[in-house]
Design a protein around this ligand. Structure first.
Ligand SMILES: [Zn+2]
Length: 113
């Protein structure tokens, strides 16, 4: 969240909100990472749209358009100071772990191994 606050401070809220809306609109009002619907304000079933830095500012990323992505608040917070690649790899690892846990408890799969 610190990076969002610093960008908001840098741009001022009105410009920050304009950039956020533009990114969300360009991305079909979907999160770049989970594909969930995003919104500005509150809409049931949608998550708050935020501005994510693909390469975090803390790791040398810039506020330039090519480094910005529309992300839901949950993904942005989970991504933290990870790069896009690191974040997506962590998500894949979580899915793989969840699959392992699920399959371990599945008798038909366990019987085959
Ligand atoms: Zn998301």
């Amino acid at each position: 969240m610190q990076k969002s606050r610093s960008l908001m401070k840098l741009l001022g809220y009105a410009t920050y909100d304009k950039v956020r809306r533009r990114l969300a609109d360009d991305n079909g009002w979907l999160c770049s990472y989970c594909g969930g619907g995003v919104t500005i304000g509150f809409t049931a079933g949608f998550r708050l749209a935020t501005i994510d830095h693909k390469i975090p500012v803390s790791r040398g990323g810039t506020h330039k358009r090519y480094n910005l992505a529309c992300a839901c608040k949950s993904c942005n917070e989970a991504k933290g100071s990870m790069t896009v690649e690191e974040f997506l790899r962590s998500q894949l690892a979580n899915v793989a772990n969840a699959a392992d846990v699920y399959l371990e408890g599945c008798p038909s799969i366990a019987a085959r191994s």
